[in-house]
Design a protein around this ligand. Structure first.
Ligand SMILES: NC(=O)c1ccc[n+]([C@@H]2O[C@H](COP(=O)([O-])OP(=O)(O)OC[C@H]3O[C@@H](n4cnc5c(N)ncnc54)[C@H](OP(=O)(O)O)[C@@H]3O)[C@@H](O)[C@H]2O)c1
Length: 291
């Protein structure tokens, strides 16, 4: 992936639409501050907001976007990209249809949802495919623009790609990705099937900020560990989704692509192709019947 990306670059999805490369995540962002934080993120320049039904802040995120659009008539709804997700207990065709409607009602201020993901594969084959069928139908209504998966391992992707009801391919797989979890298998799969990878927990939720190699790279350049990890993520071709409820962190997180350069030596130190350290949850390894 090119080093010529800028903080506000758009990447092309396999359905011809585009997605802003810098994402602002809302997991664990309390609903009562989500509208304000979303607004602040947009003010700084973010154009990509990642929510989910299970985060309990879809409506507040959409409200932040709507408020921002109202105050900034030069920015169009189509400049902003809003993602939400189907939670595990809404899997299956009928339940997903209802869940999509509910999410659309909650976010009606922004008229449509840019990307709807199946949050994880945690149900069973019949329900996962039923969910996908409902998502495909939602695209045909125009109120959902693109659909994708999250936390899908290669076996879940194989299941979807070999299904004879597949009419719309996923544009994205959103998974945990950072130097300690580079997921080379999913990177290969993404290349082959031309979907993009979104990186969640891209700064490891701070859990690796004391890693000696990361600290040495950060010190060498005068960067923070968070900046180094985000720069690494972009360099892999990922779309990092970083979360913060701290207003002062929004801008430096967003401007990494314009502010930060790493050298070859840094990338070598961060290159751990065989590492597999999941720091959040890891449904990519889920087998039907697991808890
Ligand atoms: N699909 C999925 O299953 C899934 C799972 C997890 C996450 N996600 C998505 O990915 C997004 C990001 O993942 P995440 O929230 O798990 O992890 P993350 O973005 O790697 O880490 C967030 C943590 O880092 C802190 N932080 C943010 N910027 C910082 C900075 N510049 N310096 C120091 N600390 C900083 C935040 O603290 P403060 O907030 O206190 O500033 C928060 O504690 C989520 O919000 C969500 O949208 C998806």
């Amino acid at each position: 992936m090119s080093t010529k990306l800028a903080k506000d670059s758009l990447l092309k999805l396999n359905n011809g639409k585009t997605i802003p490369v810098s994402g602002f995540g809302l997991y664990k962002t309390p609903p009562d501050v989500t509208t304000k934080l979303t607004y602040e993120a947009l003010k700084v320049g973010y154009r990509h907001i990642d929510s989910a039904k299970i985060y309990g802040n879809e409506a507040e995120g959409a409200q932040g976007i709507a408020n921002f659009l109202k105050d900034h008539p030069n920015v169009k709804r189509s400049d902003i990209f809003f993602t939400t997700k189907i939670w595990n207990n809404d899997h299956g065709y009928e339940l997903t249809k209802k869940a999509i409607e509910t999410s659309l009602e909650r976010t009606q201020d922004i008229e449509y949802i840019d990307l709807f993901l199946i949050h994880s594969p945690k149900s069973d084959k019949e329900r996962r495919l039923g969910t996908w069928k409902a998502l495909q139908e939602a695209v045909s209504t125009g109120r959902v623009k693109s659909i994708g998966v999250s936390n899908y391992g290669t076996k879940h992707l194989d299941e979807l790609y070999s299904w004879d009801g597949l009419t719309i391919k996923p544009v994205i797989n959103q998974v945990e990705l950072h130097p300690w979890l580079p997921r080379k298998d999913l990177q290969k799969y993404a290349e082959k099937y031309e979907f993009l990878l979104e990186a969640y927990a891209p700064i490891t939720r701070g859990k690796k900020f004391d890693d000696p190699e990361l600290v040495s790279i950060a010190k060498k350049h005068g960067y923070t560990p968070a900046q180094v990890l985000l720069r690494w993520s972009y360099a892999q071709g990922f779309i990092p989704l970083v979360k913060t409820v701290t207003i002062e962190r929004i801008k430096p997180n967003f401007t990494v692509l314009d502010d930060i350069e790493l050298d070859e030596e840094d990338y070598k130190l961060l290159d751990k192709p065989d590492s597999y350290e999941a720091l959040a949850w890891d449904p990519t390894v889920y087998n039907d019947g697991d808890a």
